[in-house]
Design a protein around this ligand. Structure first.
Ligand SMILES: Cc1ncc(COP(=O)(O)O)c(C=O)c1O
Length: 425
């Protein structure tokens, strides 16, 4: 391995506190060890596609688990959040909050037709929780989810996150959850026949954490039709795929599907403040609409988070981020395919993607970790995939310059060559 992790890490030039040691003592040994393996640096600054570490290095961030569609600290979002901090960051929750109202209006202007209601929360998992509870409020207690699907790790969300590694230690989870094969409409229909009018289907349009699994064209439409036919509530999780990540506002746009509930997160933050949302049709939302105390959270829909969400949507409109993501995504996918071509059938099994969500599937698990570290050694960050250990995931921002792309392809080629030679030797 070419990466030799330093033993200690400083916050900044002036503060010599050992971050790894603090992690060991106060956050956890696992994360501390991981930090060491990744090089021992601490990240201290960011802008656009770049992250800076305390040792003076600058990394191209093609990772971030899908959060940074607008890059880090987009100036328009930062300015909006600053203004909000200077005026009214957190609300009394007694009076109405104008920023929440405007952010909901802005988001609803882009959701599929009919999804006019917005319930802001603090994280993706909370959006899933809200959806599961809303489904229950309609008597939809039988949840159908997809194998390898990822929807978060709080107890309810974990119940529909189909990964035994994360589920097993926390059993029993919520009851009556069935997993069906992603992409197999017949399997879904079989599950729905015995759960008529009691079912809630939860799925991603493209599975992200499962390693960028793209269903055959027509699948989402079939899912939607089956939900209508069997009286099931359809929850589409766009937390990773939404807000331009796939080169469209939403993954469901490809098949003109209108879910009852749609979840949004990650990119809604503008790379600045954590915020997510559950959006719903008027009919689906009715129980929450009637009773605002049925599902609440102290920090949910805070002015500061809503200022970030509003500025994010407005920035995406102004900068035509979705169209840019589509163009950039095609270019990056073609470039990654070209770079990986010499290894296809050997080290690399497949390169797949849509928009700015791209997966490289390897023949063996080891290649993912090795390539991740080789890229870090060359100042590039990418993601692994929680529900598919053989897939390296790229989630670049839509704000990358063309010259930076060339740098990325050259770096990827060098890193692949090193890993291929090592694994062959
Ligand atoms: C599709 C999807 N749903 C839900 C989540 C959970 O979001 P969070 O990590 O913000 O709780 C994720 C996170 O990766 C995700 O990709």
């Amino acid at each position: 391995m070419t990466v030799s992790p330093p033993v200690t890490t400083a916050f900044s030039d002036s503060d010599e506190t050992d971050v790894v040691d603090l992690y060991l003592r106060h956050i956890g040994s696992g994360r501390a060890v991981m930090g060491r393996v990744m090089g021992g640096m601490a990240e201290v600054r960011s802008e656009g596609p770049w992250i800076h570490t305390d040792d003076g290095r600058r990394f191209l961030d093609f990772g971030g688990y899908g959060v940074f569609i607008l890059g880090h600290r987009h100036p328009a979002v930062v300015a909006a959040v600053h203004r909000q901090i200077d005026t009214h960051p957190l609300a009394s929750r007694v009076f109405l909050e104008p920023v929440a109202a405007r952010a909901a209006e802005a988001l609803a202007a882009h959701t599929p037709p009919g999804l006019d209601y917005v319930h802001f929360v603090n994280s993706g998992a909370e959006a899933t929780e809200a959806a599961l509870k809303l489904a229950r409020a309609h008597g939809r207690n039988a949840v159908v989810t997809t194998r390898r699907g990822f929807h978060g790790k709080t107890l309810g969300a974990l119940s529909v996150t189909a990964n035994a590694t994360y589920q097993t230690p926390f059993q029993p989870l919520i009851p009556d959850v069935t997993q069906v094969t992603f992409g197999d409409a017949a399997h879904l229909e079989k599950a729905l026949t015995t759960r008529r009018d009691r079912a809630c289907v939860v799925l991603e349009p493209v599975q992200g954490e499962a390693g960028v699994r793209i269903p055959e064209p027509g699948y989402l439409r079939q899912v939607s039709d089956l939900c209508r036919a069997y009286g099931a509530l359809l929850v589409v999780d766009e937390i990773q795929t939404g807000l331009g990540r796939l080169g469209t506002w939403w993954g469901v746009d490809a098949e003109d599907v209108r879910p009852d509930i749609m979840l949004v997160g990650k990119g809604l933050s503008g790379g600045v403040v954590p915020v997510a949302a559950m959006t719903a049709t008027e009919a689906a939302y009715a129980p929450f609409s009637r009773d605002p105390y049925l599902h609440t959270s102290t920090f949910g829909a805070s002015p500061i988070a809503c200022a970030a969400a509003l500025a994010t949507v407005e920035t995406m409109e102004r900068e035509e981020t979705v169209a840019r993501a589509a163009v950039l995504g095609s270019r990056i996918l073609a470039g990654v395919r070209g770079t990986c071509a010499p290894y296809l059938g050997g080290l690399v099994r497949e390169v797949r993607g849509r928009g700015l969500l791209i997966g490289i599937e390897f023949a063996e698990e080891q290649a993912v970790g090795e390539l991740l570290l080789e890229l870090i050694a060359r100042d590039v960050l990418v993601n692994h995939s929680l529900n598919s250990t053989r897939v390296l995931r790229l989630t670049p921002p839509a704000v990358v310059e063309d010259s930076t792309l060339d740098l990325f392809f050259t770096t990827l080629a060098e890193a692949l060559l090193t890993v291929a030679a090592r694994l062959a030797g």
